[in-house]
Each structure stands twice: as C-alpha cells, then as structure tokens.
Design a protein around this ligand. Structure first.
Ligand SMILES: [Zn+2]
Length: 314
C-alpha cells in the first residue's frame, strides 16, 4: 500500500496555455487568481490592441501574444489588432515568441458541426508562419472544423487552439509533426451551466454534444501521442480565471487521462510548449489530484524540470 508521502510529487508549477487576462475582470487581479491556485506561467492569447502592454503581473509569469491577427470584418476584433498596418509589422511587434492568429470563427450552437468562416487562405496562413519564423516566432492558431485544423497543421502552426470537430487523422498528423493541441474543453462544457440564461434547450443539446465529442478526441489524441497542453480560454463566458484550470483538468480526467499523465500535461508540457525555464515549483499529492487541495507551494528546485518526469513516455 502506498503511503500519503509516496504520492507527493515535486513538480514544476501549472501552466495555462490559453487565457485572456484582459477579459472578465481586472487583469492583475485575474493574474493573482491564477497564481493563488498554483499556476506559474500562463499564455495570454490576445488582448485588444495590446491593452496589456506594460502591465506587471508578477509573481505570475505571463507570455503575451499581443493582439491576435484577424481579417477586418471577421471574428476577433475583441482580442485582435485593428490597426491598419502591414502583417509583418504586426508580427514583429508581438511581445513574445508566439503570435496568435484567428483562422476560423466560433462554433455554432444552432447547427451541430457548423463553424464561423475561414479568414485566411492556406497560402496566406503559410506566409504568416514564414514571416513569424523570420522574426523568431511561432504561431498559435484559433481554429475549429477538421478542414481548417488540417489547413493550420499544413501551414506550419505550432499549436492549435480549441480544435472543435478535429478528426482522428489530423490528430495523428499533429503527433507526427509535434504540433501541440490546446483543446479548451472547459470553455465549451462550462457553457452548459449558462448562469445568464443565454441558450435555448436546443442550443444546450448542441453544446453538450460538442463537448462530449471533444472529450473523445482528447482521449484519442493522448493515445496517438499528440502533444496536449492545458488551456482554459479563461475570461470567456462562464470560464473564471484560476478556477477554470481545475475544471479543465477534471474534464481531461473524464476523458481518461489521469494521475501522473495528467500532471505531466498540466505542468511540464506547458513549460515545454512555451519554452520557458521553470520559475515556480509545487508539491502535488497525486492521490487527490486534480483537486485544488492536492496542491501546495514548494521551494525552488535546482534540477531541470525534465528530471521530475524521467519515466514519462510522452
Ligand atoms: Zn481564446
């Protein structure tokens, strides 16, 4: 029988690969909520016209993409770059090694499987990826529908965000190419609670079907070795800063990924995705993980993050 002590693991802090600190609340207060729950690093995936520039989020480490690239008239103004500037200028000005691109619109809650229009042609997206690479940057792509996910992978995206309706073959392709997937399933599942009463019964049935299919694809992605990370889309409707991270973990557990596997995705894989040295450490009780009560702060470690997951197969 394992003792409680044997279940405790020292590990890098949690990483949320997809948040919007500028949405739903005051940005520094939002950052504080993430930090309190054991997050050490988050990626902000779009702030309208760079509204977070110069904000000090310490002690939380924040990798900002800056405002997202979108085409005027398409989805994304609320987190996007509305300036009339050449693409390369916008890309060069991105405040980190990651550029956010909106490829499709939102998932429809009226018609199952329907997704807002594709904004960029394949050659345009490939050109964005090339321009980003010229400036030492990688591209994270907001994308839904299998065809658009495939387009993003073929264009050289570094990570796919959301990916509703993604297909098995696309996930295998991502596994082969090392393209990360941030499924943000809590952002869909949490719509069901609908505290503002926004949705009809018909829409709720579609939301339910969407997130259940997504859980199956998350399970499949893990089986075939698609690099998975935890991202919440915190700041969107009913996706609270901080708490949504544990909701996303619960849903991954419901998808069949648990224990040490899940801890790896929630911690080290996020630091790998964002290519940052670990700046915060935790002690996590695997017997209670992913409950928030399983997490305690730990003193800084001197070893590399990888030392704590030497047996992992990912
Ligand atoms: Zn987002």
């Amino acid at each position: 029988m394992m003792t409680a002590k044997e279940n405790r693991r020292r590990c890098p802090a949690f990483v949320d690969a997809h948040v919007h600190l500028s949405l739903a609340g005051e940005p520094r207060e939002n950052a504080r909520r993430h930090y309190e729950l054991g997050l050490g690093l988050v990626r902000d995936a779009g702030d309208r016209d760079g509204c977070l520039a110069g904000v000090d989020f310490a002690p939380l480490e924040v990798v900002r993409t800056g405002p997202a690239l979108f085409k005027p008239g398409f989805y994304g103004r609320f987190i996007g770059d509305g300036r009339d500037l050449p693409l390369e200028e916008k890309i060069a000005a991105a405040p980190s090694a990651f550029v956010k691109v909106l490829l499709t619109g939102l998932v429809s809650f009226d018609e199952y499987g329907a997704v807002g229009p594709v904004q960029w042609r394949a050659d345009e997206l490939a050109a964005i990826v090339r321009l980003a690479a010229r400036h030492g940057k990688k591209v994270m792509v907001h994308v839904n529908s299998d065809a658009a996910c495939r387009l993003a992978v073929e264009a050289g995206a570094h990570s796919l965000e959301h990916g509703y309706f993604i297909g098995a073959d696309t996930l295998k392709m991502m596994a082969d190419r090392g393209v990360y997937w941030t499924p943000t399933v809590a952002a869909m599942a949490n719509q069901l609670a609908d505290p503002q009463g926004r949705f009809s019964e018909h829409q709720r049935r579609i939301i339910d079907k969407n997130y259940r299919r997504h859980l199956e694809m998350i399970n499949y992605a893990f089986e075939v070795g698609t690099p998975l990370v935890i991202g919440t889309d915190s700041g969107s409707y009913n996706v609270p800063h901080g708490g949504a991270f544990f909701r996303e973990l619960e849903l991954f557990a419901a998808a069949g990924i648990a224990g040490e596997d899940l801890l790896f995705l929630a911690t080290e894989n996020g630091w790998r995705l964002l290519e940052r040295p670990v700046s915060r450490w935790l002690e996590v009780d695997l017997a209670r993980f992913p409950a928030p009560a399983a997490v305690a702060p730990a003193a800084p470690a001197t070893s590399a993050a990888g030392d704590y997951f030497v047996d992992m197969k990912l």
